[in-house]
Design a protein around this ligand. Structure first.
Ligand code: MN
Length: 727
């Protein structure tokens, strides 16, 4: 907003310059009255008091307010600061002006003691102000004009008062000016707040901008020319300007994106103002064809205006040199609205309409203003006479539409979206702080991690030594960045756990196998069999159950090879006829086969595993195959109880591997063989393996049931020279 030095001598002249429609004669009367009323009062600056109301009136005129509002602006401090009462204002200037003045006049200027009184007074004053705004929305414009002039002249007050007023402005008046869409006013207020709350930061930004101005202006004007040419080539008439960011938005960007001033300032910002909505989109097409667009940063506030009525297209593109260019595209009408806010819709004569009863009624000309007034009405309704502290807190919180600003214990600002929690705060300060977060304090009091933060809260995070995120966090985290971090942490953790489990499984199989390769070699070759590029990937897949452990076990420990013609020697039963030897819940004719790892024999306690598409595999209940033990746990739902079918008793032959260790003695091998054959047990295959002083016979025999096997084993053990028999 333009700043003009006003004196009692040039006041009316300046007013007429910016607002020719204003009734100067009427204003003169009001001004003369105020001048008299304030008399010799002085402001903290030492200036005559009247300078302040004059400036407030001037700001209102800049906002194109009507004469009544400007007049009320001149009188706004008369009742609060002089002995003149509201009745006098009313009889002098009418009820309309009196109502406006009353609306901005604080509740009771009585002496108060202590914090509680002060908060009570403050809350009552706001409540009164809001009620007045609901009655006549022009009150808010006077209050905002008043605040901006006070902020401009804040330096004359003592420092603690400066900070207090700046804080209040940031919490209440900035969001109010945003809600009513007066962008230029909001920006100025924000920068003034920054200046007084964070003088060092303000100075830093100021110096930085000063230093970089020359080079920046050059490349911005390059872009302006370039875009101008592109649009001209496409027959779009446009007014293009480089845009400088106000200080607070640089500050905010720094908080939000954690960029250095250099990086923020490198952002080239351009505004394109065209004639119509159609041309806005036309211009957008041209931009997209010439630059590389960043679709994730595209925002169409024309199709979906902001709550405060703001309309524009916001776009970010990357230029050929890799520079980020922020582009705003809007029509002239939108531009006007954005600069002056919803007040711009209102020409002074449009404030009232005559209703059917011939009574003047406040006309809400814009949807935005209607919306905001409705919001205030609802707020007052839902916050009746609650206690003052709560009222103030709710007001500050609810006023903010987008983000809240909270503080670290060191007083640094952190901006977060509404609904954020202490955990969001922790993650936004530092990822580590988030992951190690154990508990939190808000304004010195212990608060759970899912408490919703309010504007101005100071948050302290207590951490543990280790990262201990919880999946519950995902339920209440507000910021997507933090959610993303927690999610990927758990994903990573799951992969690591799976890798460890895969290692354990593999090692267990490795211990049991008879293979002589070194662990690492075997692991590599098995990895290759399952077509994984690395052993880590393979083990992780094994741990996650992507690979069937049984298959891994089979690769590590393949069944003993039979060196004879398999077809000829394969036992016909029970393989052929297995359906008839097993029943499951009384159902026979099942497709079954017998596990090679434990070779169950009729009479053994057995259990069935329902395979995927290959019927039921029968294992002994005591099967020691580690892969099968894993299945018992992991796929217990596939394990079924089976029994030997009584009807098939004596029909099947079951292969059993036995090992017989004996002294090397003449004819002993023959004796063993004949003992087996006499027991009516068939020998399926055998291998003779001599060792130093003994030999071993590895045999597969075919028995009818467990009993005949046990008989055989007993007989074999009794043969002289036989040392050991194992089945
Ligand atoms: Mn004032």
């Amino acid at each position: 907003m333009k700043y003009t030095e006003l004196t009692p001598d040039n006041f009316l002249e300046e007013m007429q310059l910016i607002s020719p429609q204003v009734d100067t004669e009427r204003l003169f009367k009001v001004w003369d009255y105020a001048l008299d009323a304030h008399g010799k009062q002085q402001r903290a600056s030492g200036e005559e008091y009247i300078i302040h109301p004059m400036n407030v009136a001037y700001i209102l005129a800049q906002m194109e307010m009507d004469c009544t509002t400007i007049a009320a602006g001149i009188l706004h401090d008369v009742v609060e600061d002089t002995k003149i009462g509201m009745e006098e204002i009313e009889s002098e200037f009418g009820s309309e002006i009196a109502q406006l003045v009353d609306g901005v006049t604080k509740v009771g200027k009585m002496e108060y003691h202590g914090r509680k009184d002060r908060i009570g007074n403050q809350a009552e004053s706001y409540r009164k102000l809001l009620f007045a705004v609901v009655e006549d929305v022009r009150v808010i414009f006077i209050k905002l004009a008043d605040r901006i002039h006070n902020m401009r002249t804040l330096k004359y007050l003592p420092e603690d008062k400066q900070k207090h007023i700046a804080q209040e402005t940031l919490e209440i008046y900035v969001p109010l000016s945003n809600r009513f869409g007066i962008t230029s006013l909001k920006w100025e207020l924000e920068d003034l707040c920054l200046k007084h709350l964070y003088p060092d930061t303000y100075k830093e930004i100021n110096e930085f901008i000063h230093e970089k101005k020359g080079s920046r202006d050059k490349y911005v004007s390059n872009y302006v020319q370039m875009v101008e040419q592109y649009l001209k080539d496409s027959d779009i008439k446009a007014h293009i300007t480089g845009r400088s960011k106000h200080f607070f938005s640089i500050f905010r960007k720094k908080l939000k994106r954690k960029l250095s001033y250099d990086e923020i300032y490198d952002y080239t910002a351009i505004r394109i103002v065209v004639g119509s909505v159609t041309e806005c989109y036309h211009a957008l097409d041209v931009i997209n064809s010439k630059f590389h667009p960043l679709p994730e940063r595209f925002k169409d506030y024309i199709a979906k205006p902001k709550d405060n009525g703001y309309r524009s297209i916001h776009h970010v593109v990357i230029s050929e040199e890799g520079r980020t260019v922020e582009i705003q595209i809007r029509s002239l009408e939108m531009h006007h609205e954005a600069e002056e806010g919803s007040a711009a819709h209102w020409r002074y004569k449009e404030f009232y309409e005559i209703n059917t009863e011939g009574k003047r009624k406040l006309a809400l000309q814009t949807e935005t203003i209607a919306k905001q007034v409705q919001w205030l009405r609802d707020f007052l309704k839902t916050h009746p006479l609650e206690d003052s502290a709560t009222f103030l807190k709710s007001l500050k919180n609810d006023l903010n539409v987008d983000n809240i600003i909270v503080k670290t214990p060191k007083g640094e600002y952190v901006e977060l979206p509404i609904g954020s929690t202490p955990l969001d705060f922790a993650f936004s300060v530092h990822t580590d702080l988030g992951f190690k977060c154990k508990s939190s304090k808000i304004n010195g009091r212990i608060a759970s991690l899912d408490t919703v933060l309010r504007n101005g809260d100071t948050i302290q995070i207590q951490i543990g030594k280790e990262m201990k995120p919880s999946k519950d966090w995902l339920l209440f985290l507000k910021t997507s960045k933090a959610k993303q971090k927690v999610r990927s942490w758990f994903r990573q953790k799951e992969l690591e756990d799976a890798y460890l489990l895969g290692q354990k499984l593999f090692d267990r199989y490795y211990k049991k196998t008879s293979k002589v390769e070194k662990r690492q070699e075997l692991l590599k070759s098995v990895t290759a069999v399952f077509k994984y590029s690395g052993v880590k990937d393979f083990l992780t897949a094994l741990g996650r159950g992507v690979i069937d452990p049984l298959k891994v076990w089979e690769v590590i420990n393949p069944p003993i090879e039979v060196n004879v013609d398999e077809k000829e020697l394969l036992p016909t039963k029970p393989y052929d006829n297995a359906e008839n030897v097993i029943s499951l819940d009384g159902i026979d004719n099942l497709l079954v086969h017998f596990a090679k790892c434990c070779n169950p024999v009729r009479g053994d306690e057995i259990i069935g595993y329902v395979t995927r598409g290959r019927g039921i595999t029968i294992h002994r209940t005591k099967c020691t195959n580690p892969a099968f033990k894993d299945l018992l746990i992991k796929e217990s739902e596939r394990i079924v109880d089976v029994v030997w079918d009584k009807k098939s008793k004596g029909k099947g032959l079951y292969p059993v591997r036995i090992v017989i260790g004996s002294m090397i003695k003449p004819k002993l091998q023959d004796k063993i063989t004949s003992t087996i054959l006499r027991s009516k047990v068939k020998i399926y295959e055998q291998r003779y393996v001599p060792e130093k002083e003994i030999f071993k016979l590895f045999m597969t025999v075919l028995v009818t049931d467990k009993k005949s096997l046990e008989n055989l084993l007993t007989k074999l053990k009794k043969i002289k020279g036989v040392i050991e028999v194992k089945a």
